[in-house]
Design a protein around this ligand. Structure first.
Ligand code: CDP
Length: 206
């Protein structure tokens, strides 16, 4: 079984994906990490994350260790991820890895184009959203928990800007697949979102 979870930044995709993966004993791939690690490699080399040739070569030389770095979250990494993610050659370079990850044993994957591009035939497609205010608050609390000083208004503005870039790009824009079921988590905590997702999975797989 493939469970595809897409949606805007900080909507609760990762938390939900991890819980579904644990429940169904499926491998989980946070595909955002691939774009984050690509952006980070470009920054490390002193390059510009919006330069297609540099970003593609970083994506092609990605290793497992790159995705385990501790510096993949934060404003700079967020922006670089979104910039490299708008480059078609970067997306093409990361496509096979994502497909083969799910092909053998099934998987839960979260990102922006899982239900539309990576696994258009996924058994279950969820589109997880929440208001920008709720998402800003969540990301701000995550940063606080990690001891990172941040301003709530700035965090919320950066989330809105990244959403706009992800929605407006021509390469695999953020979009709900026509057959995806939406879960708005503005008023749902992690348990309630999981319960709702389990109902949807049950209905789709019976
Ligand atoms: O955790 P958060 O929702 O803030 O972001 P993420 O899922 O780690 O994704 C970081 C950035 O990578 C996004 O803003 C997208 O630009 C890009 N991305 C993408 O284009 N396609 C994916 N499948 C996953 C992430």
């Amino acid at each position: 079984m493939i469970i595809a979870i897409d949606g805007p930044a900080a909507a609760g995709k990762g938390t939900l994906a991890r819980r579904l993966a644990a429940h169904f004993k499926l491998p989980y791939l946070d595909t955002g990490l691939l774009y984050r690690a690509t952006g980070r490699r470009v920054l490390d080399a002193g390059g510009d994350p919006s330069d297609p040739a540099v970003a593609e070569s970083a994506a092609r030389s990605l290793s497992a260790e790159d995705t385990q770095r501790s510096d993949l979250r934060g404003p700079e990494a967020d922006r670089a991820a979104s910039q490299v993610a708008s480059i078609p050659a970067v997306r093409a370079a990361l496509l096979d890895f994502q497909r083969s990850f799910g092909r053998t044993h099934g998987a839960v994957l979260d990102g922006r184009d899982i239900g539309t591009v990576i696994f258009p035939d996924a058994e279950v497609k969820l589109y997880v959203t929440a208001s920008a205010e709720a998402r800003g608050m969540r990301r701000w609390k995550e940063l606080q928990a990690r001891g990172v000083e941040a301003d709530l208004a700035t965090v919320t503005t950066e989330i809105r800007e990244r959403d706009e870039a992800d929605l407006a790009r021509s390469a695999a824009p953020l979009m709900a697949a026509p057959d995806a079921t939406r879960i708005d988590t503005t008023e749902l905590d992690a348990d309630a979102a999981f319960a709702r997702a389990m109902e949807i999975v049950g209905a789709k797989t019976k």
